[in-house]
Design a protein around this ligand. Structure first.
Ligand code: BTN
Length: 246
């Protein structure tokens, strides 16, 4: 992974480049990194603030031999990799808000965007985007999200070496991915649940259709979120937003 690492000073979005490289037939493990993105994309059509040299803005091209329904597991895998990296390098307690927000001290430091192309019930490729706020100071976080977003520097009190951090992520990603391919999702699921945010606690869940209170139970073998509502009904969720404290 990252044997082929393509670096740009400035792009609109490393995701776009990832898709282009995929359609040119570039191999599994190709990595695109940019110092800055003009149009970084987040989940749910949000934008992702990607200022120059302040974070990790990268997309990894994967060509897993898997059916499309297993793609969400790759997102959870990536989130555990980021959590493991932070745990290895600091004495902070990273947590993962389902499905894939990396939080430190309740604030989002990193997000993952998984985009997939599939055909005949087989994944053609996945472009897995990782955005990680690394060296921003508080006043460099956009004001409207300052109450809920942070960076490694803000949380750890020290400046990070971005290149080294990328290498650590790629190394951990490769190990975790290889064991996932060989042994399946079970180990990743365990690790994810170790870092899982608000598991066992009551939260507000919202989907496009409704919003309700529920207790988070954990994740399913396929990566879905399991939650129990006030009446004791359990549900598997594939797409939802989780809130708390509102
Ligand atoms: C989210 O939490 O909403 C996901 C954010 C993903 C951002 C990364 S930055 C690198 C890659 N390129 C993009 O345009 N988005 C992802």
């Amino acid at each position: 992974l990252g044997q082929k690492l393509i670096h740009f000073d400035q792009v609109e979005s490393t995701q776009e480049i990832g898709h282009q490289l995929a359609s040119q037939g570039k191999p599994h493990g190709t990595v695109v990194i940019a110092d800055a993105q003009g149009k970084g994309r987040g989940r749910m059509a949000r934008n992702w603030h990607s200022p120059k040299g302040k974070g990790i803005w990268m997309s990894i091209l994967l060509r897993p031999d898997l059916p499309p329904m297993r793609a969400p597991q790759l997102t959870l895998l990536a989130a555990t990799v980021l959590a493991k990296m932070v745990r290895e390098k600091t004495n902070l307690h990273p947590q993962i808000k389902w499905p894939n927000d990396l939080l430190i001290d309740h604030k989002k430091v990193s997000g993952i965007l998984t985009e997939m192309q599939a055909e005949h019930d087989q994944i053609q490729y996945v472009v897995l985007g990782i955005g990680m706020n690394v060296n921003q100071q508080l006043n460099e976080i956009p004001q409207d999200i300052r109450h809920k977003a942070s960076s490694l520097k803000i949380e750890s009190g020290q400046e990070w070496d971005i290149q080294q951090t990328i290498q650590s992520i790629l190394r951990l990603f490769e190990n975790t991915y290889d064991s996932y391919v060989e042994q399946g999702f079970e180990q990743v699921k365990k690790e994810w649940e170790h870092f899982g945010y608000r598991i066992g606690e009551e939260v507000t869940i919202s989907t496009m259709r409704r919003e309700w209170q529920a207790t988070l139970i954990g994740i399913e073998p396929d990566g879905a979120l399991r939650a129990r509502d006030k009446d004791g009904n359990e549900e598997k969720l594939y797409s939802a937003e989780i809130h708390w404290g509102e």
